[in-house]
Design a protein around this ligand. Structure first.
Ligand code: HEC
Length: 135
């Protein structure tokens, strides 16, 4: 490798490392927001505060949209888990379905069914964490 090539390689490597670190930061923010939404849903059910439940569902469904993109999913999976891309994508689609379901049940005032949909969300979150963390 010439000196020149080495400089270019080092430069490209540093860009890709910076990019990976940036992805991780963005992902952590999204996860914290989703956790916040989920906590509001749970509190809303406990305190019988439908406004809080609605706010929480909106947050989760909005934040989850970023994971509709395969490239994003691939970027957040650890190196040795990239082959799990499809499974991870499905957990995010399940969150989509469950938040839609929750909204419909809330509109119908069927709170028990809305709560079941909330449990589906928690299970989908956990299933992606199972993949990512090798649980
Ligand atoms: C598509 C995969 C995926 C889905 C779906 C997912 N997560 Fe995560 N989550 C991750 C990854 C990747 C990390 C970072 C690695 C780790 O913590 O093991 C993470 C980390 C977290 C963390 C810890 C953040 C930190 O800073 O330590 C929280 C909290 C979290 N997720 C909440 C949620 C909630 C709530 C949901 C569901 C509404 C959810 N996640 C759904 C992949 C996912």
């Amino acid at each position: 490798m010439s000196k020149y090539t080495k400089v270019i390689v080092a430069f490209l490597l540093s860009i890709s490392l910076a990019y990976a670190a940036e992805n991780e930061k963005v992902n952590a923010m999204v996860m914290i927001n989703m956790e916040n939404g989920l906590a509001n849903i749970q509190k809303g059910f406990l305190y019988n505060n439908i406004g809080m439940i609605k706010e929480g569902v909106e947050t989760v469904s909005k934040e989850n949209m970023i994971y509709h993109d395969r490239n994003v999913i691939r970027s957040i999976l650890p190196e040795n888990k990239k082959q799990m891309e499809n499974l991870a994508l499905i957990t995010s689609k399940r969150i989509d379905n469950a938040t839609d379901e929750m909204k419909s049940y809330i509109a119908l005032k069927q709170m028990k069914n809305a709560h079941n949909a909330y449990m589906d969300i928690v299970n989908a979150c956990t299933d992606c964490h199972v993949l990512v963390r090798g649980w």
